[in-house]
Design a protein around this ligand. Structure first.
Ligand SMILES: N[C@@H](CCC(=O)N[C@@H](CS)C(=O)NCC(=O)O)C(=O)O
Length: 193
């Protein structure tokens, strides 16, 4: 059976948990509490030399890391991946953007506040500026369509949802972003959250 190594406090791991649930993928969940250093052991490095969660381990022993790569692997052939090459590329566009311009800002600000207990005076002010800009970009993109790549919920929505939904824990205000909060509600309905 597929094993998922993760921590439900991590948005990257929530992507994998939600993909498994939505797609009905049977799996064993192994908790790896990253905040207490569980990813830093030699045993864990054998699973993922980058010493990060999430990781999946297939029954034949192969392992795969990087949350968005895992979701794409699990979602292969499902409705989460558009059939049209253009729509699929637009989904990928969001996934790459998430890893470069959203997660390193929105998730990091939350981690600094929630897990490291830092107050704003000790956090790089650019994280607030760039995090707000990332959320505004999503809000604008949702002006013409219900989901990020159009009319259907895809892996892009699934992978952008966790840290966007958790953004207020990092002190990022979703209040003025009505289209974004509407999208969060639609995604929650799809995922049964
Ligand atoms: N780009 C990676 C990021 C993974 C990542 O940052 N994982 C964090 C938890 S959210 C982690 O394992 N941190 C422990 C560490 O880096 O020591 C992904 O999308 O999976």
């Amino acid at each position: 059976m597929l094993t998922v190594y993760g921590d439900l406090n991590s948005g990257n791991c929530l992507k994998v948990a939600w993909a498994c649930r939505l797609l009905g993928i049977e799996h064993r969940w192994t908790d790896v509490p990253s905040a207490s250093g569980a990813t830093q052991t030699q045993a864990f490095a054998a699973l993922n030399p980058a010493r990060q969660i999430p990781v999946i381990r297939l029954t034949d022993g192969r392992t795969l890391a990087q949350s968005n790569a895992i979701v794409l692997y699990l979602a292969e052939g499902s409705h989460l991946i558009p059939a049209s090459p253009w729509q699929r590329a637009k989904m990928m566009e969001w996934l790459f953007w998430e890893q470069y311009s959203h997660e390193p800002v929105v998730a990091v600000r939350r981690a600094l506040k929630v897990f490291h207990g830092l107050d704003d005076s000790r956090i790089d002010p650019q994280l607030l500026v760039r995090g707000t800009a990332a959320l505004e970009l999503m809000d604008q993109a949702l002006g013409q369509q219900p989901f990020l790549t159009g009319w259907a919920f895809t892996a892009a929505d699934l992978c952008l949802l966790p840290y966007t939904r958790l953004a207020p824990e990092g002190g990022l205000d979703l209040g003025p972003l009505g289209r974004l909060t509407g999208w969060i509600g639609r995604c929650e309905a799809v995922l049964g959250l």
